[in-house]
Design a protein around this ligand. Structure first.
Ligand code: ADP
Ligand code: ASP
Ligand code: MG
Length: 418
């Protein structure tokens, strides 16, 4: 017998028919002899709808009341799944964030997880009940409902799996695993049997939204065994125990297991970046700090940065990227400080995409980035900025060329499915 946490995303929970399908999958896991806890998302589109209600009610909404509204989507699906499981003859009970409780800090709308109390949950599971837990929501130290940020149910599931010391955390979604790139964009994408925590962390953070980045970081830290798999399956499909999806594993589990592994594991595109260029910035100590310190104070994350070499007048251009949602704020902050920073013009462009290639194989192979640059050059795709980490290379390109770039890189690194 194993202890399994199963998480079902929005498309899997979209309507009573889909919930019946989910209940069937859960029941089969219990019948296989496992102790199961289930974490659910709101129905697809529901959280967006609730967010819009908040905006309509009060554009400057109070995050504490926003949490009251948006956490309700998961309350509905948790109750509905418990009811559906009961209709199938299972014992099932829902556990809302405040009932466990699932403790978080006070940062409404982006709360960090504290401890999760498991005593009552374990007692219920021990008595044969299936525990159904709404994802995304928690309880603050002030006794108010909190939420973990968009896509947070993945993180809830991993946190519950860690707290319960579960043998596995199965993340059920609308694709049957993690692919070399988004299979909805590139039809030749290939499913990966295994991917390392580190690679998945990089892929998620650069735009592969199949898992919330935080959930991967938490799984890595807590050593939670995560599988990504599809809930859109037939009754006679292989069970989750046969590991039909993608397993997220430590480096050591990967080594030697896949001789055919490519240098690049995956490619991701992120359209949520915007580019800012400040022209003719004085080339003197402190100039760059004067640009980036006020952005940091405003909690604006700067990602890629390029500073050109100073020309004869001792001036240089500085280009960087910020999240598109923060562009207007970044512009306002920098325009307010134009004199202090000492630049000539601010040019903003949000029609850009960040394309990233990720793979642990980069550590031992030279020329990986060069292949990326020459492949894009052959298609006359201009690179506007570059950034790298140990296992990742990212380039910024014109957004209109996103799909072409991902496709040609996918082919160039030998990732296309046969
Ligand atoms: P859920 O509602 O189950 O949480 P998401 O929409 O958050 O599902 O995540 C699943 C989606 O992630 C897929 O439909 C797919 O389009 C997208 N996706 C992006 N990159 C990848 C990738 N590399 N592999 C698999 N899916 C990906
Ligand atoms: N329902 C929440 C959202 O859409 C959390 C989640 O589904 O992961 O962001
Ligand atoms: Mg998701």
């Amino acid at each position: 017998m194993a202890r399994i946490v199963m998480k079902f995303g929005g498309t899997s929970m979209a309507g009573t028919e889909r919930i019946r399908n989910v209940a069937g999958i859960v029941k089969r896991q219990q019948e296989a002899g496992h102790e199961v806890a289930v974490v659910v998302s709101a129905m697809a589109g529901e959280t967006d709808r609730l967010v819009n209600f908040c905006r309509e009610a009060n554009p400057l909404f109070d995050p504490a009341e926003y949490d009251v509204v948006v956490s309700s989507g998961e309350q509905v699906t948790a109750g509905l799944l418990a009811l559906t499981l009961q209709a199938l003859g299972c014992q099932a009970r829902s556990w809302l964030g405040w009932q466990m409780p699932f403790h978080t800090d006070l940062a409404h709308a982006k709360a960090r997880i504290g401890t999760i109390e498991t005593e009552r949950l374990l007692a219920s599971m021990g008595s044969g009940e299936i525990a159904v837990i709404p994802g995304f929501q928690g309880l603050s130290g002030e006794g108010r409902v909190t939420t973990l940020g968009r896509g947070g149910s993945d993180t809830s599931a991993v946190a519950v799996a860690a707290a319960l010391k579960a043998d596995r955390c199965d993340i059920y979604t609308d694709v049957d695993g993690v692919y070399t790139t988004d299979p909805r964009i590139v039809s030749r994408a290939r499913k990966l049997a295994k991917v390392t925590y580190e690679e998945m962390l990089e892929l998620a953070s650069v735009g592969s939204k199949v898992l919330q980045t935080r959930s991967v970081g938490l799984a890595m830290k807590e050593g939670v065994r995560v599988q990504v798999l599809s809930s859109f399956v037939e009754d006679d499909s292989p069970s989750a125990d046969e590991l039909p999806g993608t397993l997220i594993v430590g480096d050591e589990e990967l080594e030697g297991s896949d001789m055919e592994r490519h240098v690049i594991t995956g490619i991701a595109a992120d359209k949520n970046e915007a580019k800012v260029t400040l022209t003719r910035v004085a080339d003197r100590p402190g100039a760059v700090a004067a640009i980036f310190s006020p952005l940091a104070e405003a909690s604006i994350n700067v990602d890629m940065i390029i500073q050109n070499i100073a020309k004869d007048k001792g001036e240089t251009d500085v280009t960087f990227t910020v999240p598109q949602s923060d562009l207007a704020r970044a512009q306002a902050i920098l325009e307010e400080r134009q004199e202090e920073i000492g630049y000539y013009r601010l040019i903003a462009d949000d029609n850009v995409t960040k394309i990233s290639i990720v793979g642990v194989g980069m550590r031992s192979h030279a020329g990986v980035a060069a292949t990326m640059f020459s492949t894009l050059a052959e298609r006359a795709i201009n690179i506007q900025a570059i950034s790298t980490s140990e296992i990742k290379v990212s380039v910024l390109i014109n957004a209109d060329e996103t799909e072409l770039a991902v496709r040609v890189l996918h082919t160039a690194y030998g990732l296309d499915a046969a």
